[in-house]
Ligand binder design. Structure first.
Ligand code: FCB
Length: 479
C-alpha cells in the first residue's frame, strides 16, 4: 500500500535490483576513436542492403561522448543498476595482444560515473562486436577465438574488477550463432550451418574460460553468489545471458504440435541450458545443431560448466508453433522451412512494432520452469521491453501507453513467478534509450527515453516516468 495515493501495490524483495540496459555498438558511436579497432558490426553495417535505410552505428546515440549525461538520466529513472557492454576492439583493436590504455580508461570513467550516482554496474563482456581481425581468421567458428576471449576478459576484469562485481560473459549466444553464422542476418553475415554449430560450441567454451579468467583477475575475490570478498566486499559474480522463450504448441491436443514445441525449445533454450547445467547437449536436439567430436572435444563440458553465480534471462516474447499437416497456412503463420511447421500469430494476441507477440504469461512459465531446469541459479532478467512507433506530441510529450502496458504485464508476471518461488534478483529494462536496433537500424525504438537522432536530444517517454515510479518504490501497482 502506498501511503501517498492509497493505491494497492505489490512489493518486490528488498534487495531487488532495478536497472536499464544498453550495448556498446547500439549506443556508443565513435567507431575509430582513441585507438579502437574495427568490429564485425562496423564492417557489416556498411555493407549495402544489410541494414534498414542503410543505417550504421557510426554515431548511434553518441554515448561514447555523452555517457555522463546518459548515466545521470538513468539515475533519474531510479535505476539502481546499469547493464552496459564493453567493445572488445576498444580494448584490443585486433582482438589479441596488449590492451589499449585509452579504451580501458573510457570504461573506467564510465564505471566511476555509475558509482558516483550509486548505480551498480553490470558489465557484459561480449554483446556482438567481435574484432574484425578475429573474424578474418574465422571468428567464432574457430576455437582460438574462445581462448582469445578469455584473455580479453582477464584484461578487463583486471582493470575494472576492483569496482565491478557483476559480470556477464556473453549476450545471447543463440542469436550470435544463428543470426550471425546460420542465416546471415547479423554480422558477420555468414550462412553456413556447420559454422553456426561450431560457433554455438565455441561460445559456450569462451563463456567457461572467461568465467575462470574473470574470477582469477578480479581483485574482489571469487565465490558463488552471496559469498563475501575480502574485507566483506561483495564478491565477484559471473553469469551468462541467454535469450530465452517459452514455446507453446499451437494446439496442445495435437501430438505433432507438442513434438514441434519440444524441438524448438531444445534449439533455443536447451542447446545452452543443457551444456551449462547438465554438461551435455539435449538428447532431442536435431543432428544439425549438435557439434561433432572435432568441435566438442573431451573435457570441454568441464570448462563450460565453470560454476556461475547467476543466469541472465532476456525475454521478449513466446513462440507458438504448430504443424499445418493440411498444407494450408493460416493468417499470421511464418513457415520454418521444415515440412509444414510454422510459427503462428494467433488472433487476439497483440504484437509490438517488431511483430513480436505480447504475452507476459510466457515469462511466468519460463521463470517457473527455470526453478527446475536451472536449480540453485539466481536469475536476473537482463533484458525485457518492447518497440513501438513512438512519436513526440506537439506539447513535447511521448505517450507510449502500449510500452507501459507491456512493462506492467511482464513485471506482474515476474512478481507472480517470485511468489511461486523463482529466485529472481533483478530486472533490467531494454533499453535506457532508443538506439541502433541491429539489422533494423534506427527504425525500431525500444527506449524508455526517446532519442532525437538529428539533435541527440533525449526526451523521457511516459514509460520512463512509470518505470521511475516502480523502481523508486520497489513495487508495481496492483491490478
Ligand atoms: C536482444 C539484444 C539487444 C536488443 C534487443 C531488442 O536480442 O540483446 O541488443 O537488440 O534484443
Amino acid at each position: 500500500m502506498s501511503p501517498a495515493d492509497g493505491q494497492q501495490r505489490d512489493g518486490f524483495p528488498p534487495d531487488f535490483l532495478w536497472g536499464t540496459a544498453t550495448a556498446a555498438y547500439q549506443v556508443e558511436g565513435a567507431p575509430a576513436e582513441d585507438g579502437k579497432g574495427r568490429s564485425i558490426w562496423d564492417t557489416f553495417s556498411h555493407q549495402p542492403g544489410r541494414i534498414t535505410h542503410g543505417d550504421t552505428g557510426d554515431v548511434a546515440c553518441d554515448d561514447y561522448h555523452r555517457f555522463a549525461d546518459d548515466i545521470a538520466l538513468a539515475s533519474r529513472l531510479n535505476a539502481g543498476g546499469y547493464r552496459f557492454s564493453i567493445s572488445w576492439p576498444r580494448i584490443q583493436p585486433d582482438g589479441r595482444g596488449s590492451a589499449n590504455p585509452a579504451g580501458l580508461a573510457h570504461y573506467s570513467r564510465l564505471v566511476d560515473t555509475l558509482l558516483e550516482h550509486g548505480i551498480t554496474p553490470m558489465v557484459t563482456l561480449y554483446h556482438w562486436d567481435l574484432p574484425q581481425a578475429l573474424q578474418d581468421k574465422g571468428g567464432w567458428a574457430t576455437r582460438d577465438t574462445a581462448d582469445l576471449f578469455a584473455e580479453y576478459a582477464g584484461i578487463v576484469a583486471g582493470a575494472l574488477g576492483d569496482r565491478v562485481r557483476k559480470w556477464i560473459t556473453i549476450n545471447e549466444p543463440w542469436v550470435i550463432a544463428n543470426m550471425g553464422y546460420r542465416w546471415g542476418e547479423h554480422a558477420p553475415g555468414i550462412r553456413d550451418a556447420e559454422q553456426a554449430t561450431a560457433t554455438t560450441h565455441h561460445l559456450l567454451l569462451a563463456h567457461g574460460r572467461a568465467t575462470a579468467a574473470v574470477r582469477a583477475a578480479a581483485p574482489a575475490g571469487t565465490g558463488r553468489a552471496g559469498a563475501a570478498g575480502p574485507g566483506g566486499a561483495a564478491a565477484t559474480e559471473v553469469g551468462i545471458t541467454l535469450n530465452m522463450t517459452h514455446v507453446y504448441p499451437a494446439d496442445p491436443a495435437k501430438p505433432a504440435d507438442r513434438e514441434l514445441a519440444a524441438d524448438v525449445d531444445a534449439e533455443i533454450n536447451g542447446v545452452f541450458l543443457g551444456p551449462l547445467v547438465e554438461g551435455a547437449y539435449p538428447a532431442r536436439l536435431g543432428a544439425e545443431y549438435v557439434p561433432g567430436p572435432q568441435i566438442a572435444r573431451d573435457g570441454d563440458f568441464g570448462i563450460i560448466q565453470a560454476p556461475i553465480d547467476f543466469l541472465g534471462v532476456n525475454y521478449y516474447a513466446p513462440h507458438i508453433v504448430g504443424v499445418r499437416e493440411d498444407g494450408i497456412y493460416r493468417r499470421g503463420d511464418t513457415p520454418m522451412g521444415r515440412g509444414y511447421a510454422v510459427f503462428t500469430h494467433p488472433d487476439g494476441i497483440p504484437v509490438t512494432a517488431m511483430d513480436w507477440l505480447v504475452h507476459p504469461e510466457g515469462l511466468y512459465e519460463l521463470l517457473v520452469r527455470l526453478r527446475n531446469d536451472a536449480p540453485d541459479l539466481p536469475l536476473y532478467i537482463t533484458e525485457n521491453g518492447a518497440a513501438y512507433d513512438d512519436y513526440v506530441n506537439t506539447d513535447g510529450t511521448i505517450e507510449d501507453t502500449e510500452r507501459i502496458d507491456y512493462l506492467r504485464g511482464h513485471l506482474r508476471a515476474a512478481h507472480r513467478a517470485l511468489t511461486a518461488g523463482a529466485d529472481l534478483r533483478g530486472y533490467f529494462a531494454w533499453s535506457l534509450m532508443d538506439n541502433f536496433e541491429w539489422s533494423h537500424g534506427y527504425s525500431k525504438r525500444f527506449g524508455l527515453v526517446f532519442v532525437d537522432y538529428g539533435t541527440q536530444r533525449r526526451i523521457p517517454k511516459r514509460s520512463a516516468e512509470w518505470f521511475a515510479d516502480v523502481a523508486g518504490n520497489n513495487s508495481i501497482p496492483a491490478d
